[in-house]
Structures are given as structure tokens and as C-alpha cells.
Design a protein around this ligand. Structure first.
Ligand code: PMP
Length: 351
């Protein structure tokens, strides 16, 4: 730390991303990336765009928003493009929360929410999950704060139904409800159609998971046009060219090849079922996930010990040291080969 850092940031704990190791080739099941390549049209579009990199990108993301609007049946005015959904979340915390308006979110959820809250010195309520690790909608009724909920939640993979989300929206008409749908394409129910009815809903989606573009950094904020205009105000006050040319081209091409990604999601869901059954047969408790990962624990071994033993065998999964979930591992669903390798490694370790 330099002597120039401002005092409020002294004690701030930054977000810790999952490991991206360089020491050897791992079977990488720790950051919920897709095992599948981007679609052929994306590879072509990115290669073509390289020659234009001398020019700035379109700050309005016109063509990408137009294509997405057609696919989603909404207007381009309902779409904000972020440099990853992390940027959309960051801008939303910056735009809509402050001294007078804090945030509420589940105490076990995406680790970035408390980081953003601390960054903007917001008061926040971290609301405990129920004993079965589900979010209880009633805990969010009539709050005096904005709300952010990952649906499906991370790292549990458990999801709320659209009617449960509605109950939260109905009882918080003067609070913004941010629904982080990073993992919605793996069997969850999107609340995107609700943006027509609710002016207090911001749906956040990403291209990092189901659309195989984690490295491109692209996410959407989807809401009524006034909320999108506010997010644009923040963007044009920080980084107008927030999406680079190659990513704009990749995102648009990906939207045009939706059937490729739908087929990949189907494979991930099949591989998830296979892995859940295999782990249950080995004595694991596996939460019923609607995401591209499983959250599982075994009475036979602690979470950290199992994480280390798997790492030793070249398989990387995610372990969180918080005591409520320290027994669990979060295991990204990869290809069938990768999942078979994981199950065999677990079997050997537990022998
Ligand atoms: N929300 C949740 C719940 C996540 O797990 C992640 C990925 N770590 C993100 C948002 C951010 O994803 P990205 O910035 O890659 O779009």
C-alpha cells in the first residue's frame, strides 16, 4: 500500500477471483467457465474485427443491442452492455445506492456484492439462508434497502421461481431489485419478461457461462429504459468505450447462433445429472442445482482436504473457507470426460 491511498480504502477487502493457475494443465472446474469453444460464427467475427482495432468501438453498442432486442422481444432502450456482468453490477451499486439507500443480499451468495457495498461505503444487510441453503423470499419483503439476489444463487445453485421473485418485487415497489441471472440458462426460469411490469427490476445476465465468452467480458443489464439511461450516465462518466470491438462482434455473433449454445446448455445439464448421481452414489450430499456447477459435501472428508487432494491429482475445484459452507466444494460442470475424471479421482481419494 502506498502512502497515497485514501483512508476509506485502507481496510477494504477486494474480491478474490478463482485461481487461474499457470504451473500445470489442470482439469479446471473452479470458475464456472464453459468447456465448449465459442461458436464458429464468433471465431470468424473476432478474426474479422482485428483489422479495425485502430478505431474506437461503438460506445452505444448499437448493433449488439439491436440483435439482442430482437432475440429477447424487447427494445434496445431496455439493454445496457457491460464489460462483464461485474461491471453492470458495479455501475448499479454506484448509481442506485448511497448513504441513504443501502443494499440487502443473501449472506451466502456472490462474493462481489459485499465488496461493492464496501467500495461505496454502503450499509448492507447480509440475510442468512435457510438451513437447507435456500433463499426465503419472505426475508426480503418490505425492506428499506435495494436488493440483489443471484438466481440461481451462487455457490449453492438453488433457484427461486418467477412467482417467488414477483413476491419480492411486489413488496419492494420503492426499492430496486437486481436479479443476477448469470446462471439462468442451465435450467432456471428467467425473470426478464417481468421488466415490462416492474419499474423496480434490473435483470443482469452474462455471456461468460452459457455463451462461452468469459474471456471476452460481456454482460447485459435489462430493465425499463429509465434505469438503462441511469446506467449509461455512469458509463459515460467513467468509460464510454467499455466494450471493445472484438467483444461487440463476438457477442452479436453468439446471439445469432443461439441453437449452438442451447445444445451446449443441454449437454451441461446432462453432465450435471450424471455427476450428481455419481457423487450421491459415493455418499455425497448434492444440492439440487440449476446452474453449471454443483455444490456438494461428503461426511467422509472435509472440504478443504478434498479440494487439496483433487488439486494434487490435477483437478481444480472451488472451496470457500467460510465456516457455514467449509464442508462443501463447488464443482463446475465440464465435458463428460472431465466429469468422469473428477468422479474417478474422488473415488480414489475416498478409498
Ligand atoms: N454473478 C455471479 C453470480 C457470478 O458467479 C459471476 C461470475 N463470477 C458474475 C456475476 C460475473 O460474471 P462476469 O463478470 O464474467 O459476467
Amino acid at each position: 500500500m502506498s502512502r497515497f491511498l485514501r483512508a476509506p480504502f485502507d481496510a477494504m477487502e477486494p474480491y478474490v477471483p478463482g485461481e487461474q493457475p499457470r504451473d500445470k494443465a489442470y482439469i479446471k472446474l473452479n470458475t464456472n467457465e464453459s468447456p465448449f469453444s465459442p461458436s464458429p460464427g464468433v471465431l470468424r467475427a473476432v478474426a474479422q474485427e482485428a483489422a479495425s482495432l485502430k478505431l474506437y468501438s461503438d460506445p452505444e453498442c448499437t448493433s449488439l443491442r439491436q440483435t439482442a432486442a430482437e432475440l429477447f422481444g424487447i427494445s434496445p432502450d431496455n439493454i445496457f452492455c457491460g464489460n462483464g456482468s461485474d461491471e453492470v453490477l458495479n455501475f448499479a451499486f454506484m448509481a442506485f445506492c448511497g448513504k441513504d439507500k443501502g443494499m440487502a443480499f443473501p449472506s451466502i451468495s456472490y462474493g462481489f456484492y459485499p465488496v461493492f457495498a464496501n467500495l461505496y461505503a454502503l450499509e448492507y444487510d447480509a440475510i442468512p439462508l435457510k438451513d437447507d441453503f435456500t433463499v426465503d423470499p419472505a426475508d426480503y419483503f418490505h425492506l428499506d434497502k435495494n436488493i440483489v439476489i443471484a438466481n440461481p444463487n451462487a455457490p449453492t445453485g438453488l433457484s427461486l421461481s418467477v412467482s417467488q421473485v414477483r413476491s419480492i418485487l411486489d413488496t419492494n415497489r420503492d426499492n430496486l431489485v437486481i436479479l443476477d441471472e448469470a446462471y439462468v440458462d442451465f435450467g432456471g426460469e428467467s425473470c426478464l419478461p417481468l421488466i415490462r411490469e416492474y419499474d423496480n427490476l434490473l435483470v443482469v445476465q452474462t455471456f461468460s457461462k452459457s455463451r462461452s465468452l468469459a474471456g471476452a467480458r460481456l454482460g447485459f443489464g435489462l430493465a425499463q429504459k429509465e434505469i438503462i439511461a441511469d446506467l449509461n450516465k455512469i458509463k459515460y462518466s467513467t468509460n464510454p468505450y467499455n466494450i471493445n470491438r472484438e467483444t461487440l462482434a463476438a457477442g452479436e455473433a453468439a446471439l445469432r447462433e443461439q441453437s449452438y449454445y442451447d445444445a451446449n446448455c443441454k449437454k451441461i445439464m446432462e453432465n450435471r445429472d450424471f455427476t450428481a448421481k455419481a457423487l450421491e452414489a459415493l455418499g455425497f450430499e448434492v444440492l439440487p442445482s440449476k446452474a453449471n456447477f454443483l455444490f456438494a459435501r461428503t461426511p467422509k472428508m472435509g472440504g478443504e482436504a478434498l479440494y487439496l487432494a483433487l488439486k494434487d491429482k490435477g483437478i481444480l475445484v472451488r472451496h470457500f473457507s467460510r465456516k457455514e459452507i467449509a464442508d462443501f466444494l463447488r464443482i463446475t460442470i465440464g465435458s463428460m470426460e472431465q466429469m468422469q475424471a473428477l468422479v474417478s479421482a474422488v473415488q480414489e481419494i475416498l478409498k
